[in-house]
Ligand binder design. Structure first.
Ligand SMILES: Cc1ncc(C[n+]2csc(CCOP(=O)(O)OP(=O)(O)O)c2C)c(N)n1
Ligand SMILES: [Mg+2]
Length: 898
């Protein structure tokens, strides 16, 4: 069994050999006692026992369950000595504190853009110790440590970058005013907005933590697959709030890190005991709660609760009452000790037991109120980080106790309103200046000027020297240009030829990824990601072919080892089989999709999943994929409200395409045929991995088999732009119509085309609509330009040009809600009549479902005739007759609810 290195002991008698064997320990104690009695005599033995009893009372006691006592994990005598110049570091930190506060106060003196002071005020020491001694920047043969900064502590990171000379006053002045002249700083870490600075968006609580876990695992994956040449492994640091730990994404995946022995990750939880509204656990202790959780999950836990001044007080307590008092106080009490004067703490904390008062007799009330919490003590934090860095075999979490709004005094130290505090009056500014010794004079203090010491000052020199020694600045996002040798469209000729056999687009994708995995230029860069659904999509053949990544290889003989497609886990496996975790899978997608930037190693994630459990389930991570400039392919399989027929309401997806359309860097596609898929993927590979565009793809895949025709000539451009004519209607008919179909529902359009021609004298062209969003974006772009250039010849969008000369009426039909095709309605000549699958799905056959939602062949015929009648192009009684002839019940229930 692994040796427990936590300080807070579980039992004073416990030793590794006697763990779990109380009798043995008891026996040896008995033997020692008898020896003492014999050699020392009863009197001296009694004295010795008394002394031991004293020590026992004063020793930290074990708590019940997986927690240890409310004490620092690392005892003072085991603390690594502090290597830095504490004095100068304190001055640097003070200036950073000032500038971080000033930028928020300044921005809010003339605007209402907001910002946070209290969060960084509580975490300044947590970051500064790491900046001066741990975070390693990127160098030629080292990718740099990977740091997830707590989002709303961003002002502190900007303030440091200002001192480092990376940002200037103008930037700070324009904090949260990014559209101001000269540009400004984004509110939070957003690589989309500050692509040279931020690497990881973190402010949506919980996403930073889960990303960091999968990033650490992805780093191991890259190494196992031989895709790196690092001189040493980077550490992944994640800083999060104690309130943030309530998010399921924060703690939901922590067992992964222990299971995978990710000793390359360090979490630092800033336990300031407060969230936005008030205490995180007013009636309990968040540090203890988190300790229990992390211990249970197999992490190495380091608690940093008390600062150095407490060491002596704790040592002098021989009664055990101090620890008892520390444990019986809840976080609500601890918060109160911050806002009340030292006399209150003396009376209510120490005063509960008279013996404790004696311990602080020598301290004034002022001194009592300044007894530091561990997270504000560089020596304690350094020791914790050092121990975390050196820890082998398990991930580490540092639980650091701090004060929210530390140093803000009356303006918001430890108050329930602290989080929202963004203004300070002159008196408060003066107090802040005094407390931190900021060289700003009275006459200008009201303007909260920024302060940067001169370039040759000891502070600037020290700070730069430290960063230089550690490899460079953090955060920094540096993208080294890399171009992959991606296949061109001719690599996919089997798709352009079509196939005699019916197939689904999911099958087409499986084939496509299989041949991509054989392409010399990119095979090794591909990262297939699957959340326990490979068999559903027919991807299980890949298990054996490329293996499932497992850091442990395969320690067992799989039950299906004798079969051709056995479940094959391997240390260099290529598939990331994430189990049932869409959030985890998205985190892996993001790690792989940003590897080009994080590591300078472009990888191509293909994440295939049940489309219903995509944006609807983990939409915030989809949004983040845009912000972080991720690349890759998301494949929403088993798509379509009626195409996935038997699974019912919670599976049948008819709206992911709409969700995906909302993400600015996402290209959503709804292909109907194998060749369309090939055109989209090959162009995507070119755009992302040759042209280096920071975009990603969402492709809806369906599981209905149908004909896979050869590619008509000259349609590539239309496929990519979102619309092309697939099959013109019959010649010589009286009226003209156009049906836009997508995915498998284009089959309804094609059969409707025949019926319309044969029975109603209507020539209907069938178009394949591969992406309504892209058509719309293009149209909006033109429209906006026209609005702002009213006297110039107007620009026309692709869809307007394409449809300009077409006669008749336009109808769209898809297996998605009507809003998806309706996106282009304003630019369709004469408008668009849409059939779609609005409403909850339900289990039944495809035929019945399509009739129910009115996207089947008959409904498409009726819809087209109706649209023609609405334009007086045919008589209304023809529509009524068609409804009868085609056997459609006009009174059938409406799928829409409200
Ligand atoms: C998903 C999500 N929900 C809510 C918020 C709004 N929010 C921002 S900060 C915050 C409180 C954070 O408390 P904590 O994590 O303890 O951080 P602290 O500022 O105390 O360090 C909240 C609720 C958010 N940013 N993200
Ligand atoms: Mg907090």
């Amino acid at each position: 069994m692994e040796k427990k290195e936590i300080y807070s002991p579980r039992s004073p008698f416990a030793s590794p050999s006697s763990n779990g064997n109380g009798d043995k320990a008891g026996d040896s104690l008995q033997a020692v006692f008898e020896m003492a009695l014999e050699s020392q005599g009863p009197e001296r033995t009694a004295k010795l026992l008394e002394k031991l009893a004293d020590q026992l009372r004063a020793a930290p006691r074990p708590s019940a369950g997986p927690t240890t006592s409310y004490a620092n994990t690392i005892p003072p005598d085991q603390q690594a000595p502090y290597p830095g110049d504490r004095d100068i570091e304190r001055r640097i930190k003070s200036l950073i504190r000032w500038n971080a506060m000033a930028m928020v106060v300044k921005a809010n003196s003339t605007t209402n853009v907001g910002g946070h002071i209290a969060s960084f005020a509580s975490s300044a020491t947590l970051y500064e110790v790491a900046q001066n001694h741990f975070f390693r920047g990127a160098t030629e043969d080292f990718p740099g440590d990977i740091v997830y900064f707590q989002g709303h502590a961003a002002p502190g990171m900007y303030a440091r970058a200002f001192l480092e000379g990376r940002l200037d006053e103008k930037h700070l002045q324009n904090f949260r005013q990014e559209l101001a002249e000269g540009g400004g700083l984004s509110s939070y870490p957003h690589p989309y907005l500050m692509p040279d600075f931020w690497q990881f968006p973190t402010v949506s609580m919980g996403l930073g933590p889960i990303m960091s876990l999968y990033q650490a695992r992805f780093n191991r994956y890259l190494q196992a697959r031989g895709l790196t040449n690092w001189k040493e492994e980077p550490k992944v640091w994640a800083f999060l709030g104690d309130g943030e730990s309530d998010e399921p994404e924060s703690l939901g995946a922590i067992t992964l890190a222990a299971r995978e022995n990710l000793d390359n990750i360090i979490w630092v939880v800033n336990c300031n005991l407060q969230r936005l509204d008030g205490p995180v656990r007013g009636n309990g202790k968040i540090i203890q709660e988190l300790e229990g959780l992390f211990h249970g999950a197999g992490w190495n836990v380091i608690k940093v609760i008390w600062g150095t001044e407490w060491d002596d007080i704790i040592k002098r307590d021989k009664t055990g009452l101090l620890l008892q008092r520390m444990e019986e106080c809840v976080d609500g009490d601890y918060q109160k000790y911050i806002v009340e004067p030292g006399s209150y703490t003396r009376q209510h904390f120490f005063g509960k037991y008279p013996q404790l008062l004696e311990l602080v007799n020598h301290l004034s009330d002022g001194q009592i109120s300044k007894l530091l919490r561990g997270g504000h003590d560089v020596r304690k934090m350094y020791a914790a980080y050092k121990s975390a860095m050196d820890h082998k075999g398990r991930p580490t979490v540092v639980l650091a106790k701090t004060v929210k709004g530390y140093g803000l005094g009356e303006a918001g130290e430890g108050k329930n309103i602290s989080h929202q505090q963004k203004k300070m009056n002159e008196k408060e500014l003066r107090e802040f200046r005094e407390r931190f010794g900021i060289p700003i004079s009275d006459d200008v203090i009201a303007e909260t000027p920024f302060y940067r010491p001169p370039a040759d000052s000891p502070e600037t020199k020290y700070l730069l020297e430290r960063r230089k020694a550690l490899g460079g600045f953090v955060p920094a996002r540096v993208v080294k240009p890399a171009v992959l040798d991606v296949p061109k469209l001719d690599y996919f000729t089997e798709f352009s030829k079509g196939s005699a056999m019916e197939a689904s687009t999911t099958m087409a994708f499986v084939r496509l990824v299989t041949i991509l995995l054989r392409h010399k230029g990119i095979s090794k860069n591909i990262v297939p990601i699957i959340p326990d659904e490979a068999r559903t999509f027919g991807l299980d053949a890949l298990f054996r072919e490329i293996g499932i990544y497992s850091s442990k290889g395969q320690l067992y003989d799989p039950v299906d080892s004798s079969s051709l497609l056995y479940y094959h886990e391997a240390k260099d496996g290529q598939i990331l089989e994430e189990g049932i975790s869409e959030a985890g899978s998205m985190a892996s997608f993001i790690a792989a999709g940003t590897s080009y930037a994080t590591h300078g190693v472009p990888t191509i994630p293909f994440y295939i999943y049940y489309s219903m459990f995509g944006p609807q389930r983990v939409g915030d991570l989809f949004w983040l994929a845009g912000d972080i400039r991720a690349k890759g392919f998301l494949l929403g399989a088993t798509s379509g409200r009626t195409t996935l027929n038997g699974e019912g309401l919670q599976h049948q997806d008819g709206h992911s395409l709409l969700h995906a359309s909302t993400i600015p860097t996402c290209l959503p596609y709804d292909p109907a045929f194998g060749y369309e898929l090939a055109v989209i993927v090959s162009d995507g590979l070119r755009r992302m991995y040759v042209e280096n565009e920071d975009i990603f793809y969402y492709i809806a895949l369906y599981n209905e088999n149908h004909a896979m025709p050869p590619m008509p000539t000259g349609v590539e451009d239309g496929i990519l732009k979102g619309l092309y004519k697939f099959k013109p209607g019959a010649e010589g008919k009286k009226v003209k119509a156009h049906i836009l179909g997508s995915g498998p529902i284009i089959q309804s359009a094609l059969k409707a085309q025949e019926i319309l021609a044969d029975r109603y004298d209507v020539s209907a062209d069938v178009w394949s609509a591969t992406s309504y969003k892209l058509l719309r974006t293009d149209a909006i772009r033109c429209q906006r330009w026209n609005m702002l250039h009213p006297t110039e010849p107007p620009k026309k969008s692709y869809v307007e040009n394409l449809l300009a000369k077409e006669q008749g009426t336009f109808v769209a039909v898809s297996d998605n809600i009507r809003t998806v095709p309706d996106q282009i309605a304003p630019w369709v000549p004469g408008g668009l009549f849409t059939l779609g699958t609005d409403g909850f799905g339900r289990s039944d056959t495809r035929a019945r479902l399509r009739r129910f939602f009115a996207v089947d062949v008959e409904s498409t015929v009726i819809g087209t005739l109706y649209a023609l009648a609405e334009k007086n192009l045919i008589r209304r009684d023809i529509v009524a007759q068609a409804i009868k002839d085609l056997g459609v019940d006009p009174e059938k229930i409406q799928p829409q609810i409200v």
